[in-house]
Design a protein around this ligand. Structure first.
Ligand SMILES: Nc1ncnc2c1ncn2[C@@H]1O[C@H](COP(=O)(O)OP(=O)(O)OP(=O)(O)O)[C@@H](O)[C@H]1O
Length: 257
């Protein structure tokens, strides 16, 4: 088994004349937490969408868990073991916690009355509880609909999906952008738990403090290109800002931006 969980080579996405992502060569090692930073419009979300099957890339290669992949849609990526948590709290309001976690991949069992399968609510509840316990997410009653939960609780539920399905990679696209201070701290604690459990993670964030607190490495995008790959122990906020604004360009990325 290779030590690399995700690799992209020359990953590129053009929207008509807009070169949103250009030649991204990226590596994520197993168990590593990496942040993706960059100004608005730098290509961060575009990069994520090409990996998670939300969009089809213009060109380039994506290798996930040793296999070259080309996901037709987000469910395909999920099946392969990539869980994505979006800023927009992509949960269904009128469903409860297990129904949300299993949305699109419900557990079923054979019905004792006939030769057809029915939803296995008990199995889904049990897996949900296990996922919540594993990530340290506290939800008073998982049978309540998501509608009454705070933004922080919802985001925690979305993140708990990672543990429920034993995913191989979690991608978070600005998971705390819509949250308050306390809720942000709650989500950050879960990210730390994922680190302890050896989960590989990509975190897209604008929050410098958060990034330095949570990840091993920072990748900076600028105008669709990767312009820096920095070990957090060998860099600081000022340095990262310099790459974000284009005041500085990494030696290995000479010619980028
Ligand atoms: N569907 C689309 N059609 C056309 N252009 C797009 C589309 N999606 C993104 N873009 C453009 O691609 C570029 C990169 O956008 P992207 O959303 O990836 O940036 P980002 O770094 O995630 O920014 P933000 O921090 O604001 O979320 C921008 O110029 C954006 O306008």
């Amino acid at each position: 088994m290779s030590g690399i969980i995700l690799e992209t080579k020359g990953l590129t996405k053009h929207y008509g004349g807009v070169h949103a992502l250009e030649d991204a060569d990226f590596i994520l090692r197993r168990g590593e937490h990496v942040a993706i930073m960059g100004d608005n419009g730098a290509g961060k979300s575009t990069f994520v969408r090409q990996i998670t099957g939300v969009e089809q890339r213009t060109r380039g290669t994506v290798i996930f868990d040793g296999q070259e992949v080309n996901f037709a849609g987000p469910l395909d990526a999920r099946e392969a073991g990539i869980e994505t948590v979006f800023q927009t709290l992509a949960l269904a309001d009128d469903l409860n916690v297990p129904d949300n976690l299993f949305l699109g991949r419900e557990a079923t069992k054979w019905n004792f009355l006939g030769p057809f399968r029915i939803l296995d609510y008990k199995a889904m509840r049990e897996s949900t509880m296990a996922g919540l316990v594993k990530t340290g997410v506290k939800i008073p009653n998982i049978r309540n609909s998501i509608a009454n939960m705070s933004g922080g609780q919802r985001q925690c539920v979305a993140i708990a999906r990672t543990a429920t399905f034993a995913s191989k990679l979690t991608i978070m696209d600005e998971p705390t952008a819509a949250l308050g201070v306390q809720e942000t701290a709650q989500v950050e604690n879960i990210v730390r738990t994922l680190k302890e459990q050896g989960e590989s993670l990509i975190l897209v964030s604008h929050n410098m403090r958060q990034v330095f607190d949570l990840v091993d490495r920072i990748i900076v995008f600028r105008r669709g290109r990767m312009v820096a790959d920095l070990d957090v122990k060998e860099t600081d906020g000022q340095d990262v800002v310099a790459y974000i604004t284009g005041a500085k360009t990494g030696a290995q990325f000479e010619g980028a931006a």
